[in-house]
Design a protein around this ligand. Sequence first.
Ligand SMILES: NC(=O)c1ccc[n+]([C@@H]2O[C@H](COP(=O)([O-])OP(=O)(O)OC[C@H]3O[C@@H](n4cnc5c(N)ncnc54)[C@H](OP(=O)(O)O)[C@@H]3O)[C@@H](O)[C@H]2O)c1
Length: 331
Amino acid sequence: MSETVLVTGSTGFIGSRVVEALVRHEVPVRVLLRPESAASGRSPAGVEVCRAAYGDPEAVGRAVEGVGRIIHLAGVTRAIDEAGFMAGNVAPVENLLRAVRERNPGLERFLLVSSLAAAGPALSATPGVRERDRPSPVSAYGRSKLLGEEAAMRFAKEVPVTIVRPPAVYGPGDRDILEVFRMMRRGVLVSAGSGGRQRFSMVHVDDLVEGMLAALRSDAAVGQAYFITSPFPYGWDEVVEAARPELGFGRLLRIGLPTPLVFGLGTLLGAASGLTGKPALINRDKANELTQDFWTCSPEKAARDLGFTARTPLGEGVASTLRWYKEKGWL
Ligand SMILES: NC(=O)c1ccc[n+]([C@@H]2O[C@H](COP(=O)([O-])OP(=O)(O)OC[C@H]3O[C@@H](n4cnc5c(N)ncnc54)[C@H](OP(=O)(O)O)[C@@H]3O)[C@@H](O)[C@H]2O)c1
């Protein structure tokens, strides 16, 4: 069986790190680039490039043919409406798996990168959501990721499928949590809802990649889903203290936006996005995510089945990420 791993979403934050790790481990890599990714599509030397639109069965067939495993990372985290999320997070899963069934029936593993958003928030900070809990996503993004999971599991009798659900991922290359660090550098931290009570799971991108590669190869992981997460739920205080040494801020102005205000802003900006045709930074849907108290999940199943433990302490991971941002001139 081929050692080659096909990676989708390879031009993104997590995907580029996955490709780097595979290349470092001397695993042959093929990447699927969409026509839209052509301009930005840079791949390390030695990586085979296959161009395909997800809606083109012949091209997707060529992309999946002959590989041993697939890591499907491509997806949409921002969209104007539900249809945009479905198009980015459900249809490509179905199209890839249909192509696998026809052109690569011996595939050893299809690893789908879903999200904690598919499971929804937890009722309490610990133990956080577990894989066996009934999913209850609170956003269009989360619903589309859950539908993507369900689509993948419909093929599970014919294709060995494994799902990983990361919580918030941080590390070199991330542009989302970067915005929080930019605020902090200016001496401000704005959070939504009851900021003091909020707890969230996070994972450093390199720990996530390690967990994903463990799931990709583990026999126990066939047909299973895993949260790949740090063992601890964090609060804003811990993130602030982790960032303080590198960012060097003294006093920090903490602003907690009341929930109704967050929803008000979401409604306004969401309506504006409908007019401009660009995804809003925040809309009502995003407000629903931002105001939850506990975005936490349990690392237990991944530890038990995959022997995975996130190694990077928050302080170390945040400091090295901030140094990377500074080197690249992002901060
Ligand atoms: N970052 C996080 O905190 C986080 C947390 C949980 C789960 N996830 C999941 O992890 C995956 C990767 O996230 P990321 O943070 O690396 O995102 P990212 O930087 O936005 O990368 C996603 C990649 O998906 C592809 N893509 C973009 N629009 C698409 C569309 N309409 N249809 C199909 N593919 C499209 C692009 O790759 P190409 O141009 O190469 O095709 C893009 O580089 C996503 O599935 C996301 O849902 C991320």
